[in-house]
Design a protein around this ligand. Structure first.
Ligand SMILES: *[C@@H]1O[C@H](CO)[C@@H](O)[C@H](O)[C@H]1NC(C)=O
Ligand SMILES: *[C@@H]1O[C@H](CO)[C@@H](O)[C@H](O)[C@H]1NC(C)=O
Ligand SMILES: *[C@@H]1O[C@H](CO)[C@@H](O)[C@H](O)[C@H]1NC(C)=O
Ligand SMILES: *[C@@H]1O[C@H](CO)[C@@H](O)[C@H](O)[C@H]1NC(C)=O
Ligand SMILES: *[C@@H]1O[C@H](CO)[C@@H](O)[C@H](O)[C@H]1NC(C)=O
Ligand SMILES: *[C@@H]1O[C@H](CO)[C@@H](O)[C@H](O)[C@H]1NC(C)=O
Ligand SMILES: *[C@@H]1O[C@H](CO)[C@@H](O)[C@H](O)[C@H]1NC(C)=O
Ligand SMILES: *[C@@H]1O[C@H](CO)[C@@H](O)[C@H](O)[C@H]1NC(C)=O
Ligand SMILES: *[C@@H]1O[C@H](CO)[C@@H](O)[C@H](O)[C@H]1NC(C)=O
Ligand SMILES: *[C@@H]1O[C@H](CO)[C@@H](O)[C@H](O)[C@H]1NC(C)=O
Length: 492
């Protein structure tokens, strides 16, 4: 119903400034219609609209009232028109509706501030837990004001937006997008638990269409310190996703498919191995490694032959593994030739401590001068010293191909925890992510099936090709290659 509301706007004068409210009042002939009976706080009588609004004002949960100047009825509501109530035409021509005007400036000086700043405030209360000013009961901080919590089936946008006193919670769909308020008891308890993957990019079912929301056989992923996710997509492009926008933007396209990515937070450069072109491209400068852009299909320290994994250290040295030369080479800034760090000097494969079989992505531990590498077809993760002596130690797997806890099957990516004590391994052909404490004799599965079963449900992966972890180590993202999707799990 359309009508021009709010002819009167007044400030209620009270001793304490913070207890004043700006109240907007409709013309006569309107009343407030609540949707849920518990939104009615008080139904009383008052002499004038000013005394009715003053009563509302003294009750911090009162957001709306209506007053009839003949019957003297004064009703106070914990409700507003933006959530679950409405202003309707009244059968009484002497009824008006008053609404407390809420705006961000009312909260800017108090929210999250010491309690002394909201002692006499009607908008925020002191949280005993934190001794700071927080939203009162039945409301939540929406980023600028304390908004009233919502009721069952209302559309919600954040976890705490629903009436917690009624045991409601904001449900999420399979992509982790908030949907509506539902009883907490019907939420799949597992959705927020270990092992449940939220589809961060792509379709939940794993179907593929090449556009900005959907990937096709994507490989490496990496995240910048501000939470931007870069994806090396099989459609010969790098696509960028923010935490808030699941529609990506193509950063750069290449003449072939990019394999792994490394975001260098020191220089804000993105390093991309374009495997079939035998080159590393640096975004956005378009510089390449080798710098002359020359490519040959043979194993020479002067070139890259099927570069796969990539990491950059704090001084700009780039470590690149080769899928075909089974080694890791180090390229100092602008070098025209690499230095052998690990693997056979002739580029031949092997399964000894000095050889590898298709070296994939790596994790660098500069403090301890070591590098971890997924040694794909040896089904193990090796650790090499950066001094170039090239004798590796097996830190995970190495017990033959398989899905037992002490085995891996074609590992392709590895993440080293900030504590430098735990490896997270993309156990590609087992379609699982393994957590392996350094020096432990076996790992545990934190995503996918522990027995190596592939699938497309929220609990399964199909080809766990790569992984990255957000800067706060809250979430782990897995590149679920054959499902054309990026799944997000709790980092445990
Ligand atoms: C205060 O802390 C307790 C225990 O940690 C928690 O259960 C409760 O929800 C907290 N209350 C608020 C208002 O944050
Ligand atoms: C919420 O929606 C569901 C399904 O649409 C319906 O069964 C249920 O009755 C609704 N509940 C309320 C309180 O509106
Ligand atoms: C909410 O859940 C708690 C704990 O299970 C229960 O004690 C309480 O009665 C529930 N409240 C409502 C309104 O359902
Ligand atoms: C709840 O979990 C089961 C697996 O236990 C899954 O099949 C189902 O789709 C899940 N439901 C929702 C709404 O996520
Ligand atoms: C991508 O394709 C899917 C399936 O056709 C479609 O639902 C989605 O809206 C598309 N996204 C964009 C950004 O075009
Ligand atoms: C950049 O990365 C390094 C190494 O991972 C880390 O120590 C540093 O804290 C990061 N800087 C930022 C701003 O995230
Ligand atoms: C890099 O290459 C892309 C694509 O060819 C081009 O659009 C861009 O301008 C180049 N950037 C620089 C810094 O040369
Ligand atoms: C690698 O290829 C280049 C160019 O074809 C050739 O000059 C060189 O001899 C080759 N090296 C090896 C070890 O095959
Ligand atoms: C590498 O080359 C670029 C472009 O020529 C130049 O800007 C940069 O200073 C060089 N870096 C080093 C360490 O020489
Ligand atoms: C692993 O074992 C070695 C040798 O005992 C020890 O020096 C190292 O500190 C251990 N590392 C971790 C992370 O426990």
């Amino acid at each position: 119903m359309m009508f021009s509301i709010f002819v009167i706007l007044f400030n209620l004068p009270f001793t304490h400034t913070n207890y004043e409210s700006r109240i907007a009042v409709t013309p006569v002939g309107y009343e407030f219609q609540l949707r849920y009976s518990i939104q009615l706080l008080v139904s009383t009588t008052a002499q004038t609209i000013i005394t009715c609004s003053a009563t509302c004002n003294q009750l911090s949960s009162c957001r709306t009232f209506d007053f009839d100047s003949v019957s003297k009825r004064c009703r106070l509501f914990e409700a507003d028109t933006t959530t679950t109530g409405s202003i309707i035409v009244s059968s009484s021509s002497t009824s008006r509706v008053g609404t407390v005007q809420i705006s961000s400036d009312l909260y800017s000086s108090t929210h999250n501030q010491p309690c002394t700043l909201c002692e006499m405030d009607r908008y925020e209360t002191c949280s005993a837990n934190t001794s700071t000013c927080q939203c009162p009961k039945n409301s939540y901080w929406d980023g600028s004001v304390c908004a009233l919590q919502l009721f069952q089936n209302n559309t919600c946008k954040q976890q705490n937006a629903c009436r917690s006193d009624l045991n409601l919670t904001c449900a999420q769909d399979c992509s982790g997008i908030f949907t509506k308020c539902v009883p907490a008891s019907i939420i799949n308890a597992t959705q927020t638990s270990a092992g449940y993957g939220v589809t961060f990019v792509g379709t939940c079912s794993g179907s593929s269409v090449v556009n900005q929301t959907i990937l096709t056989g994507q490989a490496g992923i990496t995240m910048s310190p501000n939470g931007m996710l870069y994806v090396a997509d099989g459609a010969n492009r790098v696509v960028l996703y923010s935490q808030s926008n699941r529609v990506g933007t193509t950063v750069q396209s290449y003449g072939s498919w990019p394999a792994f990515l490394f975001y260098d937070n020191r220089t804000s450069l993105l390093y991309v191995t374009v495997i079939q072109l035998n080159l590393v491209y640096i975004y956005p400068t378009n510089n390449t490694i080798p710098p002359n852009g020359i490519s040959y299909d043979n194993c020479s320290l002067k070139w890259l032959y099927r570069p796969s994994g990539i990491v950059v250290d704090s001084t700009g040295n780039v470590y690149i593994s080769s899928y075909m030369c089974h080694w890791i080479t180090k390229w100092t800034p602008n070098a025209t030739t690499g230095i052998l760090i690990a693997g056979s000097a002739t580029g031949t494969l092997g399964s000894t401590s000095t050889t590898m079989s298709s070296s994939m992505n790596m994790a660098l531990d500069e403090a301890n001068s070591v590098i971890y590498v997924a040694d794909r077809f040896n089904n193990r993760v090796q650790r090499f010293s950066l001094n170039g002596l090239g004798v590796g130690v097996t830190v995970a797997g190495g017990n033959g191909i398989g899905s037992a806890p002490n085995q891996l099957s074609q590992p392709t990516d590895v993440y080293l925890s900030k504590s430098k004590t735990v490896l997270y391994i993309a156990d590609y052909a087992n379609s699982r992510i393994q957590k392996w404490v350094i020096n432990a004799s076996m790992g545990t599965t934190i995503a996918g099936s522990a027995s190596g079963i592939a699938g497309s449900s929220a609990y399964l992966l199909n080809g766990a090709y790569a992984l990255t972890v957000d800067p706060t180590e809250t979430y782990l993202y897995a590149s679920d290659l054959n499902n054309n999707r990026i799944q997000r799990f709790f980092f445990l």
